[in-house]
Design a protein around this ligand. Structure first.
Ligand code: SAM
Length: 276
C-alpha cells in the first residue's frame, strides 16, 4: 500500500474512527464496507508513527461535509470529486437530483462501485476512471453528461500535496476556463512543511516517517490568497486545521504543531472568467 492509491484506504480508516466518538463531528456509516483487518493494521501502524494524520483527516472531513451540505442546500445540482478514493459523500450528502462525478483511477472506482452495489448503498454517481492530470479533467468530464453551464461544487481532498505544483495550478486553470459557475474546496500544506522550514523539528521528523510509510509530499502553498489573485479566483474561506480544531474540538489540546501548517480553503469563480 506504499503508493498514492493505497492512501485512500488509510484515509478511510482514519475517517471511520470518528463514528466511535460520543459526539462525532460527522457520521459516516458507509465507509466501513471497504475496511478490513489489513487496512486496519496498516492505518494503526501509520497512526502510531504519525498520530496527527488521523485528526487532520477528521477535521477536514467535517469542514468539507459542511461546505458541500451548504452547497446542496443552496441548490447546487452537480458535485465533482477529484481523486475521490473511498469518499462516501455521494451516498451521505445527496439532495434531490444532485449528480456526483467522481474521478479516480479505474481500478479504485470499479472496486468502489462494486462494493457499494453489493452492500445495496445507493448513490447518484458517474464514475470517471482516469488520471485527471494525464487525461485532463475536462476531457474526462466531457465523456460524461456533466453540464458545464450549471453551478457546480468541486471537492479536491487529500490530493494537492501529492501532485506537482504545476499540475495543481493547471487543474485549477482548467476548471476556471471551462466551468461557468463553481465553488471549489481543497486542502493543502504550507510550503514550509515541504521545504522543512517550519522551525519545528517534530514536523520534519513527522514527514520523514510519514513519507517512508505512505506517499511523498511534494507540493505546498504559503500564500493561497496570492495564488487565488493570480488565477483570478475569489478566496471565500481559508482555515488552518489548528483553527478548525479550536472550533470543532474546543476542549481538546492540539496534538501537533503540524495543524498550524495544514489548511482547507474554498475558492469561487469570478464572473469575468466565464467561458465565451
Ligand atoms: C489520499 S487519497 C484521498 C481520497 C479521498 N479524496 C479522501 O480524502 O478520502 C488520494 C486519492 O486521489 C487519487 N488521485 C491522485 N492523483 C490523481 C490523479 N492525477 N488522477 C486521478 N486520481 C488521482 C488517488 O488514486 C487516491 O485515491
Amino acid at each position: 500500500m506504499n503508493n498514492v492509491t493505497g492512501t485512500a484506504f488509510i484515509v478511510a480508516e482514519f475517517r471511520a474512527e470518528e463514528n466511535e466518538e460520543s459526539a462525532p463531528l460527522y457520521t459516516d456509516n458507509v465507509v466501513k464496507i471497504w475496511l478490513n483487518e489489513e487496512t486496519k493494521e496498516i492505518a494503526a501502524e501509520i497512526a502510531q508513527n504519525s498520530p496527527a494524520a488521523k485528526e487532520m483527516v477528521k477535521l477536514r472531513t467535517k469542514y468539507f461535509d459542511d461546505v458541500l451540505s451548504n452547497q446542496v442546500l443552496g441548490g447546487c445540482k452537480q458535485v465533482v470529486i477529484l481523486g475521490s478514493g473511498l469518499d462516501t459523500r455521494a451516498a451521505r450528502i445527496n439532495g434531490e437530483r444532485v449528480t456526483y462525478f467522481e474521478i479516480d483511477d479505474r481500478a479504485t472506482l470499479q472496486l468502489k462501485e462494486e462494493t457499494l452495489t453489493a452492500n445495496k448503498v445507493s448513490a447518484n454517481v458517474r464514475y470517471l476512471g482516469g488520471d485527471y492530470v494525464k487525461d485532463g479533467l475536462i476531457s474526462l468530464l466531457k465523456q460524461s453528461e456533466f453540464d458545464f453551464d450549471i453551478p457546480t461544487y468541486f471537492l479536491w481532498e487529500g490530493n494537492t500535496t501529492l501532485l506537482a505544483k504545476k499540475d495543481v495550478i493547471f487543474a485549477l486553470k482548467q476548471i476556471r476556463d471551462n466551468v461557468n459557475s463553481f465553488r471549489l474546496s481543497f486542502d493543502y500544506m504550507s510550503e514550509k512543511v515541504i521545504l522543512r522550514t517550519t522551525g519545528y523539528q517534530d514536523i520534519n521528523d513527522y514527514i520523514d516517517k510519514y513519507e517512508s510509510m505512505y506517499a511523498p509530499w511534494i507540493t505546498g502553498f504559503d500564500q493561497i490568497a496570492t495564488l487565488a489573485d493570480e488565477l483570478n479566483l475569489k478566496l471565500i474561506e481559508n482555515f488552518s486545521t489548528a483553527d478548525l480544531h479550536v472550533q470543532y474540538r474546543p476542549r481538546r489540546s492540539l496534538e501537533s504543531n503540524l495543524f498550524k501548517f495544514y489548511f482547507v480553503c474554498t475558492l469561487e469563480n469570478m464572473s469575468e472568467n466565464l467561458p465565451s
